[in-house]
Design a protein around this ligand. Structure first.
Ligand SMILES: Cc1ncc(COP(=O)(O)O)c(C=O)c1O
Length: 439
């Protein structure tokens, strides 16, 4: 491996990164194990964000590593069109045993963005197949993140991700986000205030004419937009409104899936059943890129109505159900079960909550939000501009061997589900030191 001094940094264009700033001061990771990375300058860095909300079983879990190694040596690839391999079916069966009852049909992609596109396309195809071809509109939500492809960006609600890329899809509306510092700052878990914001969806549907709307897509807990936890009763109300107006409900669980909220899915935790769930990240504990969409059986059944020899859905990817990804997925789901990691996340939630809320009152901290093992610390601009403050706190933590994530005006935390209380204390202490010293 080349050392940093001998590495040519010119060619690689990093995603979602200020490239010039990064290349002036690169942060490189060279190996990982459990809760820790090793940096190229030989430091052990505690990973407070599970890679990117994704290494839910911890880094380089030996069982998942072995499954990947064995599969790569046994069957590297099998074409996904008109052919398949046993592990694709085995994983789909396992995933469907974890989804809410009746969301049993699983379609594979390679990234969360592809899962979102798949869900949106199937929503359109489903309505068309029922003779409702006029149902073509979608409703997303402000601050929502649904990946970077055109459908996902169109329903997404993060301004920087949208501007420069127009025209986006037509026929898209957005309901308001639910973050409100005046009424819910420093709420622990679900805020009591904000249920009425769900009714905005009904106003939008009526304005758009619900008979023209295909689906509503939301993250049950807004992730990349800043860990915005749904107010009590909010998701239930969204479900009611979608059902009333015959509009499909898609939960984008790319982050919340596979234990982040102490249950396999947010749908389980909140006991709200969507019509589709998009998932990725924790599906393989990030060992191999893979995503999936779980569909309500009635959606699949509707699309299966044509003649037997006809392709029902003209959609799919070269790597849909890639054998190595399936092997990683099966192993990851086994590890979650054998090690009881979803319950572990639930057990750790109170300590995580306490640790993160211990930062209340520090410089520029205007809000702290959390649920399960995901949380955000939000900064105001009463000193340095909030975005600069967040970037500096992130760098200070990294220099002191703790990796957090900064995004705009806030930092997020999302440790692996194997996290111990001591790790959480170390992360909170590193943040305290950083926030106190940066100003
Ligand atoms: C809710 C949600 N949807 C979709 C995506 C896109 O996933 P990917 O980056 O794998 O395309 C993400 C990524 O973080 C996400 O958080």
């Amino acid at each position: 491996m080349k050392s940093q001094e001998n590495l040519n940094l010119d060619n690689y264009w990093l995603p979602f990164t200020p490239n010039k700033k990064f290349k002036a001061n690169p942060r490189l990771l060279t190996s990982a194990k459990g809760m820790y990375y090793k940096s190229d300058d030989g430091r052990e860095v505690l990973d407070g964000i599970a890679g990117l909300w994704c290494t839910n079983a911890g880094h380089c879990h030996p069982k998942i590593v072995a499954a990947v190694q064995n599969q790569a040596a046994e069957l590297d690839y099998a074409t996904a069109f008109n052919m398949s391999h046993p592990k694709a079916f085995e994983l789909a069966e396992k995933v469907s045993s974890l989804t809410p009852i009746g969301l049993d049909r699983i379609f594979y992609g390679n990234s969360g963005s592809e899962a979102v596109e798949t869900a949106m396309k199937v929503a359109l195809a489903y309505h068309a197949s029922k003779g409702d071809g006029q149902k073509t509109k979608f409703v997303g939500r402000e601050k929502g993140y649904h990946g970077v492809n055109f459908g996902g960006v169109s329903v997404g609600g993060l301004t920087p991700n949208r501007k420069s890329f127009g025209p986006l899809l037509p026929g898209i509306d957005h309901m308001p986000h639910t973050w409100d510092t005046e009424h819910m700052a420093f709420s622990k878990g679900q805020p009591e205030w904000g249920l009425h914001l769900a009714d905005e969806l009904e106003k939008i549907l009526i304005l758009q004419d619900p008979s023209t709307v295909a689906a509503v897509i939301i993250e049950p807990v807004t992730g990349s937009g800043g860990v915005i936890v749904p107010p009590v009763g909010y998701l239930e109300r969204i479900r009611e409104i979608c059902t009333k107006h015959n509009v499909l409900l898609i939960f984008d669980e790319v982050i919340t899936g596979f234990g982040r909220l102490g249950c396999c899915f947010a749908a389980n935790r909140f006991d709200v059943r969507p019509d589709m769930i998009t998932m990725a990240k924790g599906l393989t504990s990030a060992m191999i890129p893979m995503s999936a969409v779980a569909f309500d059986n009635s959606i699949y059944d509707q699309l299966m109505e044509g003649p037997e020899a006809m392709i029902e859905l003209f959609h799919g990817y070269t790597y849909s159900g890639h054998p190595v990804a399936c092997a990683a997925g099966i192993a990851a789901l086994d590890v979650y079960e054998e090690e009881g990691l979803f319950d572990r996340a639930k057990e750790m939630e109170p300590h995580f909550q306490e640790a993160i809320h211990s930062l209340k009152g520090l410089n520029q901290v205007i809000d702290i939000r959390n649920i399960g093992l995901m949380g955000a610390i939000h900064f105001g601009s009463d000193g340095l501009p909030a975005t600069e403050f967040a970037a500096k706190v992130f760098q200070h933590c990294y220099d002191n061997n703790v990796l957090v994530r900064y995004s705009g005006e806030f930092l997020v935390l999302s440790p692996s589900l194997i996290v111990e209380k001591e790790h959480l204390d170390t992360i909170a202490n590193a943040l305290k030191a950083a926030i106190t010293s940066v100003s």
